[in-house]
Design a binder for this molecule. Structure first.
Ligand code: ADP
Ligand code: MG
Length: 555
């Protein structure tokens, strides 16, 4: 005989799910012990949201669903935030939570951590299932994997009852119930008529632009995307998590001329990018009314979501880009030389301005001067992963710190949220074995800061840089009680890292910051650098101040 615990661990192993991110407790503790004993890597966190974020970004990096396991009730709810974020960002993950006794839950008789988890998860997940019998574990996991990675990837909730884990069944039935799904993320070929329509539009364009999103990064067809850009000679603009798909210093990068190209392109090809708030919904004044769009996306529902799309190309990005490469041999697209020239001029001007800001040396540091130091060290470690969150810390880093490899920048993403930092940093280190630099606003860091213990426990090569301006957006400077956005002044986040045996630095100048970060990277040890930023540096809400509601009375 065997039991649900063993069957589930066998099912995970059979499906190549070799890492579990989670927090132990009733009813999954023995399950985690068994998984670890059976060779599955278990990374235990201090809060389920961070474990869930780790699983989600593992999914983005590997194209396999990242797995997060939590306890029932509130532990599940903590993980649910990460599941919702994964779904929003199109990252494949599975949140598997143990749940209490169904008979008691369904009559609301008040069980330990009682919650109808399946119902709670549904609105936030791409799909949600419950496994009620040990013989259904194989099918349940297969359904979760298919749902997570097929089509537009997303977060899947898998409820596993305590009863199922403990239930016994004979080994023969168990063995027969397990299998590995065939081709769970099948290619989806675009229609040839759609490919021709898109190609024709590009061939007729004067001022074309390729806009790369994180869907393009996820697709892992980096060489094909690069060939498409270089063969056609079309300037490209990366969304933040598509940075590095082609290196930021590539000649055809229009990143330093962003608003100019968005406002003036006549044909824009969206490759795995959505026309959501991050792109001003494709609306004026950022965009021109006459821009025509080509959109490569796997999800047909995405087309026309904000503006009419002249040439939708529905399919997986690899297949669509390969098809376009066939239709568009070198020399078939005639990019206007004046367009290239105008972009080059803007780029040169903006880069000159940026260089001035980076080399200024105000005391205390501001975001630019601090990031000027960080930028240098990151460029010495091109294979390091950069995790980035905050408001000003996000806006400035995105523009200042260049990326040269695909999928190496992991950030606040589609929701523009705080709290992903340590979860993403831990998973990036665990999944890739490469060093990680987490560039964090002091407020952003607070949402997952307790995970420095996790980083120290597993001795991960994570260097955290806190751009510490003592507050949300900026710090308080006057006397009086703390404002809604102010934190403790002169806080020493570096001591948090030291509390768990990691290395802490306190940096007040760009030079100190650069030396500390270079040292951290060389050591490969858990490090936290508290970079002191002027509390008056930073703007309310960063670049998205306009999203704050204004009373009609003030207008
Ligand atoms: P960004 O924020 O970088 O603009 P989004 O997350 O908004 O990126 O958009 C990513 C898009 O990519 C989504 O619409 C998603 O459906 C699509 N997508 C994700 N993976 C693939 C894939 N393999 N092939 C095609 N489209 C994909
Ligand atoms: Mg701050």
């Amino acid at each position: 005989m065997t039991d649900g615990f063993h069957v589930l661990v066998d099912a995970l192993k059979l499906n190549g799910i070799n890492t579990i991110y989670g927090v132990a407790g009733i009813p999954i503790t023995d399950l985690l012990r068994l998984a670890q004993a059976e060779g599955i890597r278990y990374i235990g966190f201090r809060h389920e949201q961070n474990a869930g974020n780790a699983a989600a970004i593992a999914g983005f990096l590997t194209q396999k669903p990242g797995l997060c396991m939590t306890v029932s009730g509130p532990g599940f709810l903590n993980g649910l935030v990460a599941l919702a974020n994964a779904t929003t960002n199109c990252f494949p993950m599975i949140l598997m939570s143990g749940s209490s006794d169904r008979a008691i839950i369904d009559l609301q008789q008040g069980d330990y951590e009682e919650l109808d988890q399946l119902a709670a998860a549904r609105p936030f997940a791409k799909a949600a299932y419950r496994i009620n019998r040990p013989q259904d574990i194989g099918i349940g996991l297969a359904r979760a994997i298919h749902a997570a990675v097929s089509g537009r990837p997303g977060g899947v909730y898998l409820d596993i009852t305590a009863e199922t884990l403990g239930a016994v069944l004979d080994t023969d039935t168990a063995a027969k119930s397990l299998f590995r799904p065939v081709d769970p993320a099948p290619r989806q070929m675009p229609e040839s008529i759609a490919v021709r329509r898109a190609s024709e539009l590009l061939r007729g364009a004067q001022r074309p632009l390729i806009l790369l999103g994180k869907g393009a990064a996820y697709a892992q067809c980096d060489a094909e995307i690069r060939a498409l850009v270089e063969n056609t000679g079309i300037p490209f603009l990366p969304m933040s998590m598509a940075k590095g798909l082609l290196p930021d210093n590539h000649q055809l990068s229009a990143a330093a001329a962003r608003s100019y190209v968005l406002g003036n392109a006549d044909v824009v090809m969206l490759v795995g990018a959505r026309l959501n708030w991050l792109l001003s919904h494709g609306k004026q004044p950022l965009w021109s009314e006459s821009t025509q769009y080509i959109q490569l996306d796997i999800d047909p529902h995405e087309i026309d979501s904000n503006r009419p799309i002249a040439a939708p190309l529905v399919g997986d990005i690899r297949s669509s880009v390969e098809a376009l490469l066939q239709e568009l041999p070198r020399g078939s697209v005639h990019v206007s030389p004046t367009w290239i020239q105008a972009i080059a001029e803007r780029k040169a001007k903006n880069m000159e301005k940026m260089a001035q800001r980076l080399s200024a040396n105000p005391s205390p540091m501001n975001f630019s001067s601090a990031l000027g130091a960080v930028r240098k060290v990151v460029s010495d470690w091109p294979d390091a992963y950069v995790v980035n969150e905050g408001a000003n810390a996000l806006d400035f880093t995105r523009n200042i710190v260049d990326m040269s490899l695909p999928r190496h920048r992991l950030d606040s993403g589609t929701w523009g949220i705080m709290g992903i930092g340590m979860g993403y940093a831990i998973a990036a280190a665990v999944e890739t074995g490469k060093p990680v630099v987490a560039i964090e606003g002091d407020s952003a860091f607070g949402f997952s800061g307790m995970e420095v213990e996790t980083i120290c426990r597993y001795q991960l090569p994570v260097a955290i840089v806190i751009l510490n301006n003592s507050g949300i957006y900026r710090g308080d400077t006057g006397d009086g009680p703390p404002s809604p956005t102010g934190f403790v002044r002169d806080a020493r986040y570096d001591k948090m890292m030291e509390a768990f045996g990691g290395r802490g630095y306190h940096a007040t100048t760009p030079q100190e910051l650069e030396e500390a970060l270079a040292q951290a990277m060389k050591s490969g040890r858990p490090t936290l650098i508290n970079a002191v930023i002027d509390p008056t540096a930073g703007t309310e809400s960063g670049h998205i101040q306009a999203l704050n509601p204004k009373s009609a009375l003030q207008k």
